[in-house]
Write a protein that binds this ligand. Structure first.
Ligand code: HEM
Length: 507
């Protein structure tokens, strides 16, 4: 009896140590050191993810709990929380954000999917020399000059999907558009009619990446398993759902590899000379074949596959939720919708959005910036681990701790924006200083520093075309059947429920 009692007490003590003391003690020491520069948000087990989910439940807004705390403590530079049993430091001060973005080599991104052979060799996750090589190679394809040749394709995709889609699910509607744009930008005509799981490729892919992302948030068993076993978690006592995901991922990889191999054979026979006519895959394959000829193979088929999944993952939901949130605000504020419609009629009339008129859509650009400021889909960056003990300003980060940059932390501070919590897109139309006390790291929706978003020009082009063409064709209304709008997460921050808007054809 006594033995069992001792065993149980030891177990409780051990759990208390791992779940509470281990993460909490260093956080308390930091809090003592930093005083009002730090806000403590420690919750055993659930940690930072729990703060997000509770905020949605209590405030209908994933960021509201943090935003309230930051507004109450404008001196705060970090939020001290936990990622299960590890201290997790949420960086909020603009100087601290700057340091961690510039010293990006000192941190390693945690794979959001924890799936082997999925995105690890793509630009988002790559590190060191391989990352530099990829960034240089892809960088030239993502300049405005190179991307503008995709404008006609983007117009066509928006128009045809708007026509076909039943528009009852805002987030799916938007993601169908942005997913198809990424697929067409990567594969061109080669992916025409591509089906996965009996569905259009972009729909199958959106569902797959969405389900994987949500599984970790919604299922504590899977979250813990992945925390402990990383990519191997999928092989350890997998449930039916996990087995199904693994099967679908293998099927996807096989189909995409087939396309890549087919293109390698096509371009081996008939190389394309004009770079302007190349989609991303052609650029890759041309370089692949050149390296093969010179016997200096750096690019492999696996890398091309990971790059496609990376660009799909990084480029689809981000742009879709930004555009969806813009449309939500147009429905919420009909007077803004009229102003935007007027701009569209004046600037593009009945034409497509093209190279000349795109940059004259100033009001649409301002609307997008305001959505980025208050409801950026990428509300925090990917979680990162600290590679070696590291000093950031006066904070000593320990090897193995987790950090996250809260890139919008300063958006809601009156010290940086007039009436910071008010939705006012017109602030971005002022020619003067919109951002007060700006060190260049205050309004950074696409992150900042060497690892900022490579797709930002593409994202802005797409979002502007989506908003312009949809507003011209449809009156956007709030769905009266929806009682409560929330800013939740489907991996990224997005407006919910999915049926929150109605689209009424303009005559
Ligand atoms: C509104 C739309 C978008 C937003 C808000 C956005 C935001 C971001 C952010 C915040 C990062 C940094 C992530 C981190 O460090 O944890 C990032 C990186 C990245 N984004 Fe985007 N993104 C958008 C659209 C796109 C598009 C359209 C593409 C490409 C098709 C893209 C491709 C990438 C890639 C490859 C990276 C990694 C860059 C590197 O590490 O060198 N993004 N994006």
């Amino acid at each position: 009896m006594e033995f069992y009692l001792i065993a149980i007490l030891s177990l409780i003590a051990l759990m208390a140590y791992f779940l509470i003391l281990k993460p909490l003690v260093p956080l308390l020491i930091l809090k003592l050191q930093l005083g009002d520069k730090a806000i403590l948000m420690f919750y055993p087990i659930s940690g930072l993810l729990g703060v997000f989910t509770k905020s949605i439940k209590n405030n209908h807004d994933v960021m509201e709990t943090m935003n309230k705390a930051l507004r109450k403590n404008p001196k705060a530079k970090v939020i001290l929380s936990n990622y299960f049993t590890t201290p997790c430091i949420l960086i909020t001060g603009s100087e601290y954000i700057k340091d961690t973005f510039l010293d990006h080599n000192d941190f390693e991104k945690i794979n959001p999917f924890m799936l082997p052979s999925f995105i690890q060799r793509g630009l988002l996750m790559m590190e060191g020399e391989d990352w530099k090589r990829q960034r240089k190679f892809l960088g030239s394809a993502f300049t405005f000059e190179k991307l503008k040749s995709r404008l006609p394709m983007m117009n066509k995709v928006v128009q045809s999907i708007a026509e076909k889609d039943d528009k009852k699910n805002l987030n799916d509607f938007m993601a169908r558009i942005t997913g198809e744009v990424v697929i067409k930008s990567f594969f061109g005509e080669l992916a025409e009619g591509l089906q996965l799981e009996g569905k259009d490729a972009q729909i199958a892919l959106i569902q797959l990446t969405g389900e994987i992302g949500l599984m970790q948030i919604e299922n504590i068993y899977i979250f813990l398993k992945q925390l402990l076993f990383k990519e191997r978690a999928w092989d350890i006592f997998p449930g039916q759902k996990e087995k199904d995901i693994v099967r679908r991922v293998e099927n996807l990889k096989m189909k995409v590899k087939e396309l890549i191999v087919k293109r390698i054979e096509q371009l081996r026979e008939n190389p394309i000379q004009d770079e302007g006519k190349m989609v991303f895959l052609d650029l890759y394959v041309t370089e692949y074949l050149k390296q093969q000829k010179q016997k200096e193979q750096q690019i492999e088929i696996e890398e091309i596959l990971h790059q496609f999944i990376t660009l799909f993952f990084a480029g689809t939901d981000t742009t879709a939720t930004t555009s969806g949130t813009c449309l939500y605000y147009l429905a919420k504020y009909p007077e803004i919708q009229s102003e935007i419609l007027e701009e569209v009629q004046q600037v593009i009339g009945n034409n497509d959005v093209n190279e000349e008129n795109l940059n004259k859509l100033n009001k649409i650009n301002a609307l997008i910036q305001e959505v980025f400021r208050l409801k950026n889909p990428a509300f925090v960056t990917l979680f990162r681990t600290v590679k070696q003990d590291k000093q950031v300003q006066e904070i000593k980060l320990k090897k193995g701790w987790v950090i996250v940059q809260m890139q919008n932390a300063n958006s809601i501070q009156d010290s940086h924006f007039d009436n910071a919590t008010e939705f006012n897109y017109k602030r971005w139309l002022n020619k003067g200083n919109v951002i007060k006390n700006d060190n260049g790291f205050i309004h950074i929706p696409f992150a900042a520093g060497p690892r900022n978003c490579i797709g930002q020009h593409m994202a802005l082009m797409e979002a502007k075309i989506i908003i312009a063409l949809i507003v011209r064709k449809y009156k956007i209304l709030l769905n009266p059947a929806v009682e409560q709008i929330r800013f939740g997460v489907k991996f990224l921050q997005c407006v919910e429920p999915d049926n929150c808007l109605l689209f009424e054809k303009r005559i």
